[in-house]
Write a protein that binds this ligand. Structure first.
Ligand SMILES: Cc1ncc(C[n+]2csc(CCOP(=O)(O)OP(=O)(O)O)c2C)c(N)n1
Length: 609
């Protein structure tokens, strides 16, 4: 693969500044090819990165980074940025154990300022950075790159509101491709789409006048009151008006995949004082036909064949089983399914297609999503909320205030609980249990097998109180057994790690140890049977795929502490830390949570504690 220009930039990023427009175009092609090739082997966020190439190259051409800085919202679209900032040689390790991250990471490069992966933070971060810059009397510039999906996020709105009044010199590039993962949802998206489809952009002044006049009711009025044509066309530019009302200057839209056009506009806009939005229309998946035609599928994809576009493996997920269950139950039960832009990852596409009036995608708006569901429940329409564990963190207050405090029958389907492999520290689903466990009125389940998952889902159809069902991405085992041998140690394991702990106990029992094992799925309130049996053991081991601080093991420790005097508890789980990229197996091994690690720790506890 020819990466001549990319190598030149890799040697010294300053070389980019001497490239001709033709060379910049070729550089964009080299970047696209490199990304396509690497993601086809490692998996990753393909479509978003292919769409953002020209904008990234243009920004690196215009800015001096550092001290100038680009803050990418979410950060899933930083592959071109990584290739332009010294990570070409390591790019083949993208998302691998010990390799470079699929998201910004300051430990890789000083040009990545924050570790990010959750939507909506970039504008607030930029205001903070720029305020500090002003306080220091510095001259560095801050540019935000944000997609139309992330623009709809509530945190983004808070940032925009503050930006308009704080008047900071921040340039926001709105990367508008009409998609988040699925089609972007909400009124703002509707207005942006109107803009794209409106033919006004390339028309002559006379033609623009004609178009405005034809707008029912308000067209003639606009022509009368507008002072000049530019001002008149502004009334067509509804998103422009949205930003300008907030005090943010709006320019655009421009073709965000045309490097010449972006450079011409950027050169002028970068000199503008105060907050500015540049609206760039891009094509998600640009340059790779399969991704252009199906941006949802190629938003985040596992390894695939470049020629055919086919994914190498099609492992099903626990979420897909949940989606299927909902679909089948919907014929008999009256309920609704809600998500914050994660229909595809949750495995809910089929339900959404079959029951479009019972499915609500509210956009990347987790806090709103949870309160919306509370409203449904209060008005006797039973909601299931599908959400990833890591994004659930955004909704702690809403769960507390709008679900648990009101004791409403909202069922939270918490997917990606446990290790999520390649997405790294921003996406690990290991922190939710400790914060959920503190809230009154909740029942929390961590199913340990598919059979157990279905039992819990069936239960949830008839429940009228708040409930959480946490499950991993990977398929759970079909069934799980108990081991009851009257052993001197009891091992209690919950959720996805239970099958690993079971194997470790089974192995030890074969070696002559006597260890009892019980898989536990209802961890709040702790299952009655489990609570009663604890008194029979002096040594108890707990196992969970989450941090041990405040988790399942801690709840067992609390019960023992309240009821018994003479006991020891070994809690096996993750230490209080952030966990990087790698496959689930690699990470479990590193933290001694694989079969061998668990076996060794139980053995040591058995013999020495
Ligand atoms: C708070 C939060 N919710 C959900 C996600 C999952 N997610 C990752 S990227 C993405 C879509 C972002 O869309 P957009 O900003 O338009 O960028 P694009 O990928 O289209 O370039 C979503 C929903 C997330 N990262 N953060």
């Amino acid at each position: 693969m020819n990466t001549y220009l990319l190598e030149k930039v890799n040697k010294n990023p300053e070389n980019l500044k001497s490239f001709s427009k033709k060379e910049l175009e070729i550089l964009c092609q080299e970047i696209r090819r490199k990304i396509l090739h690497t993601v086809s082997v490692n998996g990753g966020h393909l479509a978003s990165n292919l769409g953002i190439v020209e904008i990234t190259v243009a920004l690196h051409y215009i800015l001096k980074i550092p001290p100038d800085r680009i803050i990418f919202d979410v950060g899933h679209q930083t592959y071109p940025h990584k290739l332009l900032t010294g990570r070409l040689e390591k790019f083949h390790t993208l998302r691998k154990y010990g390799g470079i991250s699929g998201f910004p990471n300051p430990s890789e490069s000083e040009t990545d300022l924050f570790i990010t992966g959750h939507a909506g933070t970039a504008i607030s971060t930029a205001i903070g950075l720029q305020t500090a810059e002003d306080l220091k009397g510095g001259k560095a510039r801050t540019v935000v790159v944000i997609g139309d999906g992330s623009l709809t996020n509530g945190v983004t709105f808070e940032g925009l509101n503050n930006l308009g009044s704080s008047r900071k010199n921040i340039l926001i590039i709105l990367n508008d491709n009409n998609f988040s993962i699925s089609k972007t949802r909400g009124a703002l998206s509707y207005y942006l789409t109107r803009w794209i489809t409106m033919p006004v952009v390339n028309k002559s002044k006379e033609e623009i006048k004609e178009i405005i006049e034809k707008i029912p009711r308000i067209g003639e009025q606009i022509i009368r009151v507008g002072e000049n044509l530019e001002q008149k066309t502004k009334y067509l530019i509804i998103p422009g008006i949205f930003f300008e009302k907030l005090g943010i200057k709006y320019f655009g839209p421009i073709d965000g995949n045309d490097i010449s056009q972006i450079l011409d506009v950027l050169k002028n806009i970068i000199l503008y004082q105060g907050p500015v939005v540049l609206h760039a229309i891009t094509r998600k998946g640009k340059g790779y036909t399969y991704a252009e035609q199906n941006p949802e599928k190629y938003h985040s994809i596992g390894p695939f064949d470049i020629k055919t576009g086919q994914q190498n493996s099609h492992s099903t997920t626990t979420g897909k089983l949940v989606g299927k269950f909902l679909e089948q139950s919907a014929e008999k039960y009256d309920f609704y399914v809600v998500t914050a832009a994660m229909e595809y990852g949750l495995g809910f596409e089929s339900f959404a297609k079959k029951f479009p009036h019972r499915f609500f995608d509210v956009g990347i708006a987790e806090s709103h999503c949870v309160i919306f569901a509370a409203g449904l429940a209060k008005n006797r329409k039973k909601p299931f909320v599908g959400i990833y564990s890591t994004f659930l963190q955004r909704t702690y207050d809403q769960i507390f205030h709008d679900i648990c405090l009101q004791n409403l029958g909202v069922i939270l389907l918490v997917d990606r609980a446990g290790i999520v492999s390649e997405d790294g520290p921003t996406h690990q689903g290991i922190y939710d249990l400790p914060f959920l466990r503190t809230l009154p009125n909740f029942t929390i389940f961590c199913p340990y097998s598919i059979k157990n998952l279905y039992e819990i889902l069936n239960l949830s159809l008839n429940t009228e109180n708040p409930m959480v069902i946490r499950y991993p991405k990977e398929l759970l085992v079909e069934e799980m057994q108990e081991i009851k041998k009257g052993g001197k140690i009891l091992c209690l394991a919950t959720g996805s790690i239970a099958s690993v702990a079971f194997k470790a106990c089974e192995y030890l029992n074969q070696q002559g140890y006597v260890i009892d094992f019980i898989p536990v799925s209802r961890i709040k309130p702790i299952e009655d049977g489990v609570e009663k049996i604890l008194c029979q053991y002096k040594k108890i081991v707990t196992c969970e795929e989450g941090i041990i601080t405040g988790g399942f093991g801690s709840s067992i420790l609390e019960v023992c502490n309240e009821k018994y005097r003479d006991f020891k508890v070994l809690r096996i789980g993750f230490p209080e830390t952030f966990i990087g990229t790698g496959s689930r197996n690699e990470i479990l091994k590193k933290y001694f949570l694989d079969e061998v690690g668990i076996k060794n720790r139980i053995q040591d506890f058995y013999e020495n504690a």
